[in-house]
Design a protein around this ligand. Structure first.
Ligand code: PMP
Length: 417
């Protein structure tokens, strides 16, 4: 039984030691030190129930999905389509037709760019993003702009790393055909006021895509309550395997979009004269899908809801606040991203030390942080930095992890001092 399993929404604080026992990899030692894993924003670790669900599927139920009449194919199809229903419930979509399995957030955004935006946009149309986006939510739109003659607009951020709502609104106009922005920034931790932003964009007639890669592990996401047209995320940031993610789209929009990739499963009939396409969601899932990944994703959703997403979020918020205070006391450390609303991510620099050198020193102490531009080069340019170090928190992190980070930073200061 996984730790902390409780009825949905039970306001029970997280038993973090029990949670840690659910993540076997946390027992790893690195350079002879216990692992302090503070890189979950890049990829989280997998919970035992996720590993077990994947293994159980692979050992007992694997065959190709959808086409087989034999028992294993039917078992695999049931597992795969059961996972889709699990996702539907997790994000509160109306129908499983609105849940498209993709490789991850990157693929979800590219699918919308190429299948929704490319056929519709004309010269003079605009796509609005913000200045804190991950490259995955910049480059696909730049490609569409090149392909269609549309123009990319960027809502600015302030020195705290927030997207001021009035600035965002000022960039909107009836020319805005599509707005795409992060729910939570991976580089800065900023939580965007997505509901207000969605309402404002839709009021101008724009279709809205939310990059939820950093949000689904830390916040309850209800796509209907948000009013998003598209919402996309990756399994591997929410305790599920890599290579599986979700694109949610309102059925009406998905139904009107052409397929993105052609191949098996996305067709009804094929002849050399004419091919007819399958219904949703199969229309967007050409080829054999990542079946065990979908099974793992469903198990991760069970796990996260078993812990209670609110309890996880409260725990991570406590660690973020603790780390913010502790690092804020260190004179050589500068925090990058000080938004009023943040989640799970602490970016920082150490005076006179390149982030990569800092990361190497921390690694020697077993402390895993990410260093670099975090696939958000425009954010780094805005702050005039080549890179930052980033500590990010998940359900299994502890106050001791924060203390180890602080001790490792103090040692780094002595080394570089
Ligand atoms: N958007 C954000 C905000 C992210 O943090 C990431 C992953 N770092 C992505 C998009 C891309 O996700 P993936 O690599 O899983 O496709």
């Amino acid at each position: 039984m996984a730790a902390n399993v409780s009825p949905r929404n039970a306001p029970r604080p997280l038993d973090v030691e029990a949670v840690r026992r659910d993540f076997p990899i946390l027992a790893t030692t690195v350079h002879g030190r216990p692992l302090t894993y503070l890189d979950s924003a890049a990829s989280s670790q997998r919970a035992r129930p996720v590993l077990e669900a994947v293994e159980h599927y692979e050992r007992h139920s694997h065959a190709n999905v959808h086409r087989g009449v034999h028992a294993l194919s039917q078992a695999a199809t049931a597992a795969f389509e059961g996972a889709r229903e699990r996702v539907r419930r997790f994000i509160n979509a109306v129908s499983v037709k609105e849940v498209i399995f993709v490789r991850g957030t990157t693929e979800g955004i590219n699918l919308v760019a190429q299948s929704y935006a490319r056929p519709r946009l004309r010269p003079g149309d605009e796509i609005l993003i913000t200045a804190l986006e991950h490259h995955a939510n910049i480059v696909p739109w730049q490609m569409v702009c090149e392909q269609t003659g549309a123009h990319l607009r960027v809502a600015p951020i302030n020195r705290r790393g927030e997207v001021p709502f009035d600035e965002f609104q000022r960039q909107l106009s009836p020319r805005t055909r599509l707005a795409a922005f992060a729910h939570i920034s991976n580089a800065l931790g900023t939580v965007l006021p997505v509901k207000r932003m969605i309402e404002a964009a839709r009021a101008q007639g724009a279709v809205v895509l939310i990059d939820g890669a950093q949000a689904v592990p830390h916040a309850r996401v209800d796509v209907r309550a948000l009013g998003a047209d598209f919402y996309t995320f990756s399994g591997h940031k929410m305790y599920a395997p890599t290579g599986i993610g979700v694109l949610y789209g309102r059925e009406e929009l998905l139904a009107a979009m052409p397929p993105w990739q052609g191949g098996g499963d996305m067709i009804l009939t094929v002849s050399f004269e004419k091919t007819t396409y399958n219904e949703l969601p199969a229309k967007f899932e050409a080829g054999t899908p990542n079946i065990s990944g979908a099974v793992g994703l469903a198990a991760a959703m069970d796990y996260l809801e078993g812990l209670g997403i609110e309890a996880v979020a409260a725990h991570e918020q406590h660690l973020l606040e603790l780390a913010t205070v502790e690092l804020g006391r260190m004179p050589q450390i500068e925090l990058v991203g000080t938004a009023a609303h943040k989640a799970a991510v602490l970016s920082f620099t150490m005076k006179g030390v390149h982030a990569h050198d800092l990361g190497t020193i921390l690694d020697a102490d077993g402390v895993a942080v990410r260093t670099g531009h975090h696939c958000a080069m425009p954010v780094m340019t805005f702050f005039g930095l080549p890179a930052t170090a980033r500590a990010s928190f998940a359900c299994y992190n502890t106050e001791e992890d924060v203390a180890r980070l602080v001790r490792a930073l103090e040692r780094a200061r002595e080394v570089f001092g």
